[in-house]
Design a protein around this ligand. Sequence first.
Ligand code: GLN
Length: 280
Amino acid sequence: MTINEAYRSGIDMLKSNRLTDAEFDARCLLEFALDIDPTRFFISRSELIDVKKAEYYFTLINRRMNGEPLQYILGKWEFMSNEFCVGKGVLIPRPETEKLVELAKEYLTDIEKPVVVDLCSGSGCIAISIAKLIPDATVYAVEKYDDAFCYLTKNISLNEVNNVVAVQGDLFDKELLRDVSADLIVSNPPYIRKADIETLSDEVKCEPVTALDGGEDGYDFYRFLSSYWLNEFLDKNGAVMVECAEDQGDYISELFSEYSEKNEIIYDFNGLQRIVTAYK
Ligand code: GLN
């Protein structure tokens, strides 16, 4: 079997299961199984593949057909041009979240040796990307769950950053980071309404529910972010930047306005409400 034949039958198999990005997924899985880069894929399409590698490729195609996210199968995913290990137990970094990192970078460039806290850090994609962009910053990455915390520490090593401090703990714990004085708090907390969790796609349901479930109305984390982290924990002049769902910006902005001088709702590349900022 040639590379091209394997690619074509992979696409057919994925399409038969109504997977929409069949071409992209088949190519990623083939490159991964054969350990080749995209250039090699395009120039060597008529090359024969060894049987063992072909078998391995089709087991990956089968996993994808069974609804496992592509990112989990590959075990790595890119965010802000950096690589992050991902797998069961950790949320997959989304392109929409890059906007949060860009806003944080803009805000931090004028601050000398800024201190940043990333709550619900997960893979650490936000914390590590900020740390890479602002090398004189210290970024505290807080994650509660064991599986995700493992990915966080792995990704700190993988990205060779020495200015991220991984902290295992619960953001609802007021003792956490007691001696830290921060300039900026960032977070992409769980924000799906409990009742809506069931309606999510099977693929999203492979991701940890603890990273998705925002409580009865979806705002549990934002309420505490506002009343404690913005109001009590953050110094004067500090800022909070959080990601949210497209219909949550106005309410979160209202929550934050009680404890901030100024706040803004920022839209993503799809024109949807995505981030709320609060400046003290
Ligand atoms: N901060 C991580 C991300 O943005 C994880 C967020 C979460 O677990 N809710 O991908």
